[in-house]
Every structure is written in C-alpha cells, then in structure tokens.
Design a protein around this ligand. Sequence first.
Ligand code: JBQ
Length: 236
Amino acid sequence: MRVDIITIFPEFFGVLDVSLLGRARRESLLDLRVHDLRDCTHDRHRTVDDTPYGGGAGMVMRPEPWGEAFDALLPEGEQHDAVVVFPSPAGVRFTQPLARELAQVPRLVFACGRYEGIDARVAQHIAGRARVLEVSLGDYVLNGGEVASMAMIEAIGRLVPGVVGNPESLVEESHEAGLLEHPSYTKPQVWRGLEVPEVLRSGNHGAIAAWRREQAIERTRRVRPDLLPPEAAEAR
Ligand code: JBQ
C-alpha cells in the first residue's frame, strides 16, 4: 500500500519510522511518503493561509499550494484508484469498519489541514480525480489533521497483510468483535497482593473462553453501552 501525506509539519511524521509501521516500511509493505506543502508555494514567506471570506477568526488554507501538491501526486485527466482523506472535525467518524475498508485501497493520500480548514474548493476539485473522504477521529478539538492522520495510518496500516506478524492478534482486539476486550494478565500469579483470576490458570479452555466473553460484555456494558446491540444493552 502506498500512503502520501501532505502537511506543513513533515517532522511530525518521524514517528512512522519506529515500531511496527517502521518495520513495515523497511520491508516495503508500506510505502509512506511525506510531502511538505510549503514546497508548493512560490512567495518569499512560503504562505499557505489567508483570511476567511465572510470574516471570522482564524485563517483558512489557500487552495493554490494544495492544487499543485495534488497535481504532482494524482495528475489531472485520469481517474486514480486512490482515496484522498481530509481529516476534519466535520467529517464522518473514523471506525474499525472504515479502517478495514481503507486497508483494501492500493493508495491513500492524507491532506492535513489546520483546524479552520482548507478552502472548500480543494476537496471539490480533487473529487474529479479520486474518491474523497472527510474523516474525523472523534468529537474533540485538535489543532490540525496531522495527529488524526497518524492515528488513522496506524489503524489502517496494521490491517495490511504482513504488517502484524500474527494475524490472530488482529481478530482478538477490542472493537473487532464489536465489544471491548477482556482484561489480560501475565506472571507473577500474585503481584502486590493481587491474584490472577483462578479460571485463567485452570487449563479449561471452554471455561476460559466463556469467562473472557462474559468479561468483555460486562466491560462494554459498563463503559461503552453504545457498542452493544439493543437486546444486550437492557441495563444501560
Ligand atoms: C478530527 F481530523 C481533524 C483535524 C482537525 C481537528 C480535528 N478534531 C477532531 N477530530 O480528527 C480532527
């Protein structure tokens, strides 16, 4: 999978060199390329924003540098088998099903704008060349799309075949079964007076599976009742 990131803070993405995604890059499972939007400006101050039409606080990103950046990545006149993601608090919610869907796409482009956003004509213009999605990580305020893009790239990247060594660990995660994950324990058996639940040491695999499922449902009911199907959520 190829992933292009357009940003005014390319240094944010240094973390993509470490851990699981770093290894995936070195093994060419992920072709991640970071582009500095300011390289597409031509004035002395490398200006990327301007005041909003209609007034109001904050600045809006000018369309011209974005147009140039997209022309280089997704040339005009062709339809590209790519999804362009605009992280935005006004977008659709990013969820595990959306991550799974985007992990199937050969090419993703993340367009990182600042909070007040990018001139709306940019997304409109690029929609003629590729599929465009405005996506939000959640209902809170971030300063820009960089951190949101990174979270999405990690969630999507780990679903690309080969990135996570043991594919079974993809299935047993929180949110994959529509439930939060059960609690986990390792050695020692007693730590600071706290004991590992007896059933996990019983060797009874049926009992262990049943306990884990019950714990997952109980935890989900307690902290995320919104995730449960209505019939399972009586005690909301
Ligand atoms: C979103 F994607 C962005 C970009 C800027 C601010 C944001 N705030 C909340 N969630 O992911 C977001």
